[in-house]
Design a protein around this ligand. Structure first.
Ligand SMILES: NC(=O)C1=CN([C@@H]2O[C@H](COP(=O)(O)OP(=O)(O)OC[C@H]3O[C@@H](n4cnc5c(N)ncnc54)[C@H](OP(=O)(O)O)[C@@H]3O)[C@@H](O)[C@H]2O)C=CC1
Ligand SMILES: N[C@@H](CC=O)C(=O)O
Ligand code: NA
Length: 366
């Protein structure tokens, strides 16, 4: 594909989307990509021969543009697919309605790259639709940033499976938000910041989902576990996940008093402060046992278990001693990597590292 034209359409220009556009426009020249479309939920810029934008000008240009439905955009992009001309749709939203377009995009020969977990962790029929339309048209989908942000988690798993290794268990800390929260809230020392204050900082740092409740319910971790599970072919017989993340037993951290309320993200974080004492108590109980709290996930093929849970770990455990910031740690126990697992660790959330994962997927296409 080296001498081909690669047209890129970017949908979703929030934290990750904006950073992705900056990284794309800052590639060394000659830049192999041209951006043909940019869209938010209200505005769309489209130019089949490439948009005339810079890192400093695209926001204003987009704000002045009119709306286009995602379906119309798919039609416009389909017309650009020709021999020697690749088209890539980059979904930087967390929207279900955009995720549901992937089968039509792939059927039209448009590659899909995304950090959006929705299509890969929901109903199995959408995931199967993605696999079959990609197989039929030859268009690729890449979703490295859906697990561990830019960390090479999906690519490592695919390599293990493709080379014939047998995955026995994957376990670790899969949420940058939960990692940040508990690294700071439950550090193993007496006292410490309030739970609601560390949640607020995780949100300010861009680690949370657009609504932080999606992190605190554990759904974000459950989604990542179902994504990993779906890339292990032998798991389907062991642990069927027909509804994806909703089939994963998951411990929610949302206080009972807030669970039934549908609050805006701002109100949710404000109201969380009413429940700080409940979290203080959990922290003290762990500390009395010489432990810290960590939110972990596991896909265990031998035991047939997939679950996301808040657990206590001794202060000497690697989950207590080696994690900082938004670090994820993912341990692959396999036939080859045994008894010591293959371990991947590093920042697992934030715009820069997530956009890097999306960008590296794009570079893999060429
Ligand atoms: N932040 C992180 O650390 C990580 C994020 N991710 C994933 O990356 C994705 C983006 O996250 P993030 O950038 O933090 O979220 P943001 O909320 O900052 O950005 C999402 C953007 O999507 C836009 N959007 C929503 N619905 C639509 C739609 N139907 N059509 C077009 N645009 C739409 C929203 O803008 P508007 O409504 O104004 O149009 C918003 O700007 C999510 O799927 C998230 O799970 C993955 C790994 C790590
Ligand atoms: N909200 C998520 C973002 C990355 O997937 C997290 O905290 O891990
Ligand atoms: Na990743």
């Amino acid at each position: 594909m080296a001498s081909r034209t690669v047209s890129v359409a970017v949908t979703g220009v929030g934290l990750v989307g904006s950073e992705f556009i900056s990284q794309l426009l800052s590639l060394a020249t000659p830049n192999p990509f041209r951006i043909v479309a940019l869209s938010s939920s209200k505005h769309t810029l489209f130019a089949p021969d490439g948009l005339n934008i810079t890192v400093n000008s695209w926001k204003e240009s987009l704000a002045q543009s009119s709306a286009k439905t995602p379906q119309d955009l798919v039609q416009d992009l389909s017309k650009l697919v020709k021999p020697g001309q690749d088209v890539v749709f980059v979904d930087n939203t967390s929207a279900e309605n955009i995720a549901s377009l992937y089968p039509s995009l792939l059927s039209a020969g448009i590659h899909v790259i995304t950090p959006n977990k929705k299509a890969f962790s929901g109903d199995l029929s959408l995931f199967d639709g993605i696999l079959s339309s990609s197989a039929k048209s030859g268009a690729k989908f890449l979703n490295e940033s859906t697990v561990g942000a830019g960390l090479p988690v999906i690519s490592t798993l695919k390599d293990l499976v493709a080379t014939g290794d047998k995955v026995k268990k994957i376990e670790g800390v899969f949420s940058g938000t939960m990692s940040y929260i508990f690294n700071n809230f439950s550090s193993g020392e007496e006292g410490g910041p309030s739970f609601s204050s560390v949640v607020a900082v995780a949100r300010e740092k861009g680690y949370t989902e657009p609504h932080p409740a999606d992190d605190l319910t554990g759904s974000d971790v459950a989604r990542k576990l179902s994504i990993l599970a779906r890339f292990i072919p032998s798991l389907k017989e062991k642990v069927p996940l027909p509804q994806g993340y909703q089939s994963v037993p998951t411990t929610s951290l949302i206080p009972a008093g807030l669970a039934s309320q549908s609050l805006s993200a701002d109100d949710f974080v404000t109201r969380l402060a009413d429940y700080d004492a409940e979290f203080d108590q959990k922290r003290s109980e762990a500390l009395k046992e010489g432990s810290v709290l960590r939110y972990v996930g596991v896909v265990d093929l031998e035991q047939g278990i997939v679950k996301a849970d808040l657990q206590k770990y001794p202060k000497t455990h690697p989950f207590a001693t080696s994690l900082g910031g938004s670090d994820n740690i993912i341990m692959f126990h396999t036939e080859r990597y045994s008894p010591r697992p293959l371990i991947i660790q590093g920042a697992g959330a934030g715009a820069a590292v997530t956009a890097m994962g999306v960008m590296s997927d794009l570079l893999k296409l060429i």
